[in-house]
Design a protein around this ligand. Structure first.
Ligand code: CO
Length: 177
């Protein structure tokens, strides 16, 4: 097993997969989360979803600054059960789309139900950065990327960058990633 997980790039087919619910809360799951945490720190991200490292389990991690630090919070089988009415725009990026940033409108407040690494049910509610990260990463588990939320006009502005990423993603596929 490789000790470092590589982040898959836009155009890689795994990023478009609908991910599968986690049923085994075992060492394999903990290894996945540890590897994702390492990859997220290495790439200086604040969130990461399992399909971005080639694993199609419904797992995401998010940087959690609510305690004043930079904890890594794993959410297994996350389900957003409530959206507040207020929405705002925020500039998002994605480790699978390096050097592309765009404003995305999303609900401000969410409640999310998920399982921790022991399989215990948890729930969190947030209206800050964590809520934004969780929505972005939960999209990944359904094969949705932040650029999918952009208007046709805005997508056209980044079309060249997307095409270039697609070529790099093909190289990842050829390398067996
Ligand atoms: Co992303």
């Amino acid at each position: 097993m490789r000790d470092e997980l590589e982040v898959l790039l836009y155009g890689h087919p795994t990023l478009r997969r609908e991910c599968d619910p986690v049923e085994q809360f075992d060492d394999g799951l903990r290894q996945l989360v540890a590897g994702m945490g390492e990859a997220m720190r290495r790439e200086q991200g604040i969130g990461l979803a399992a399909p971005q490292v080639g694993d199609t389990r419904r797992v995401l991690i998010a940087e959690d600054r609510r305690g004043g630090g930079r904890d890594i919070l794993p959410l297994v089988n996350p389900e957003i059960t409530f959206h507040g009415e207020g929405r705002d725009r925020f500039t998002e990026g994605c480790l699978s789309l390096p050097e592309i940033f765009a404003d995305v409108e999303r609900p401000v407040r969410i409640r999310v139900r998920y399982q921790d690494l022991h399989g215990d049910e948890q729930e969190l509610e947030d209206d800050g950065l964590l809520a934004r990260i969780v929505q972005h990463e939960a999209d990944h588990l359904d094969g949705v990327l932040f650029v999918d939320h952009l208007s046709m006009v805005r997508r056209r502005l980044i079309a060249k960058k997307l095409k270039a990423l697609g070529k790099q993603a093909q190289l990842q596929v050829q390398a067996g990633l």
